[in-house]
Design a binder for this molecule. Sequence first.
Ligand SMILES: [Fe+2]
Ligand SMILES: [Fe+2]
Length: 174
Amino acid sequence: MNKAAELLNSEHTVIMSVVNAMKESGIYSTADDKMFEKSIRKLLDFFRNYADKYHHHKEEQILFPEMVKKNEMLEDGAIKEMFENHEDFRSLLNNIEDSVNIFNYNKAHSLLQRYAESLLDHIAVEDDEVFQMMDTLFSPDELDKIYFRFQDIDNELGLEEKHRWENVANTFLT
Ligand SMILES: [Fe+2]
Ligand SMILES: [Fe+2]
């Protein structure tokens, strides 16, 4: 795997570890509203900041546009679907937050489960299909440039904050 794909892939691993921990914790069916409220706020924070700000940002600002430049067909195909998924994820997070704010925990549980399952599907498509195209679409030089631009994003947003999210990712549900 090229370094640029590796970086995105390592972020997927962090995101998936949180999603798997959610499933194991029984958070989708918990009757403990206080615990749920506490965990869900931390999870919303993680998905908005780490998954969306650090990760989806790289795909949307850099990788996907560069892929479309190489193959216009992707614009209405796989890449369009990936952009739409990201939008759906953002509105799902907003809907989860709204449900929690009006104490509709049942709705929040089911929306959270839908979010988690769609996110895993999305990650699988990227890992198995989208990132696989990178080596054929780009030259090694172009892949290096993409990797450096990814690093720029991490530096701009803050590398320390990124690592902080990675270190606390497994503590949201405890
Ligand atoms: Fe994505
Ligand atoms: Fe991704």
